[in-house]
Ligand binder design. Structure first.
Ligand code: DGL
Length: 284
């Protein structure tokens, strides 16, 4: 791929396995309205959270290639499972082929917010099996404060249920209650929603965990990191009005638009179907 200098009017690339990353895009659209965005949902290969890390690295590299070829000036990995598995590989790949493009993941902003906000030092994590198995949140939190205790719960199939299950039925409600139980038992005062799909059921989680528990999401922190990175490189879009945003997905377009419209809470833009390569071109 020929390296090309990025310009302030290029779009920001955002990706997730499906609609979960729209919770991050929502924050970006509100915090940085003058930017253009290109969002990719890898719906053909959802859920990411039950997959192994080698596979997630391969998917993330393919998507990064796609977004770079589409002219993006910065990449946001709006997926905890992909961030946990692939952020170092993505950073190495971008340093090699597009050194003026930053890549920002969702784990560190959420973990830092949780550590700063917890009074008791007892923090809960709800995340996919892939994210919990990676141990990435434990490492970031231990580095931030070794005295914080993290209670992690792997919520198998919850992201897929959120993606398809609206309106939420009794089965989902009972599954969520089961995931919350160990966090109640552990008396945490803060819970990281460690999957970008989970803010979509925040009211259910808040009711089950109790009013006094702070729910932490990554969106606002990610938006601040994006703003700092673009400012440092002189790549903030200087336009006065609002930018545009468009969508691509790897499976069927209609259901992505339908679920996405419900969750973005803003008018939905154009959605295009794309095929990704089976393998990333360059080993890292
Ligand atoms: N929303 C993603 C995450 O933050 C992935 C969920 C999934 O596809 O399992 O982990």
């Amino acid at each position: 791929m020929a390296a090309r200098a990025r310009t302030p009017t290029d779009p920001i690339g955002v990706f997730d396995s499906g609609v979960g990353g729209l919770t991050v895009l929502h924050e970006l659209l509100v915090s940085l309205p003058t930017e253009d965005y290109l969002y990719l949902g890898d719906t053909a290969r959802l859920p990411y959270g039950n997959r192994g890390s080698a596979e997630l690295v391969q998917f993330a590299l393919e998507i990064a290639d796609h977004l770079l070829e589409s002219g993006c000036k910065l990449l946001v990995v709006a997926c905890n499972s992909a961030s946990a598995a692939a952020l170092p590989a993505l950073e190495r790949r971008l340093a090699a082929i597009a050194p003026d493009v930053d890549v920002i993941g969702v784990l560190r902003p959420a973990a830092q917010l949780a550590v700063a906000g917890s009074r008791s030092g007892r923090i809960g994590l709800l995340a996919t099996p892939a994210t919990v198995a990676s141990g990435a949140y434990e490492r970031i939190i231990r580095d931030a404060d070794p005295h914080v205790h993290l209670e992690s719960v792997a919520c198998r199939d919850l992201a897929a249920a959120i993606e398809t299950g609206f309106p939420f039925d009794g089965e989902i409600v009972e599954a969520v209650r089961g995931f919350c139980a160990p966090l109640r038992d552990a008396s945490v005062d803060t819970v990281i929603l460690g999957c970008t799909h989970y803010p979509l059921i925040a009211p259910m989680l808040q009711r089950m965990l109790g009013r006094g528990v702070a729910l932490v999401t990554s969106g606002a922190g990610v938006a601040r990191s994006v703003e700092r990175a673009l400012t440092a490189r002189g790549l903030l879009n200087p336009r006065a009005g609002e930018g545009d945003y468009r969508f691509r997905c790897t499976a069927e377009v209609d259901s992505f638009r339908e679920v996405g419209t419900r969750f973005l809470q803003l008018p939905f833009g154009e959605v295009e179907h794309v095929e990704l390569r089976a393998e990333a071109k360059v080993a890292v």
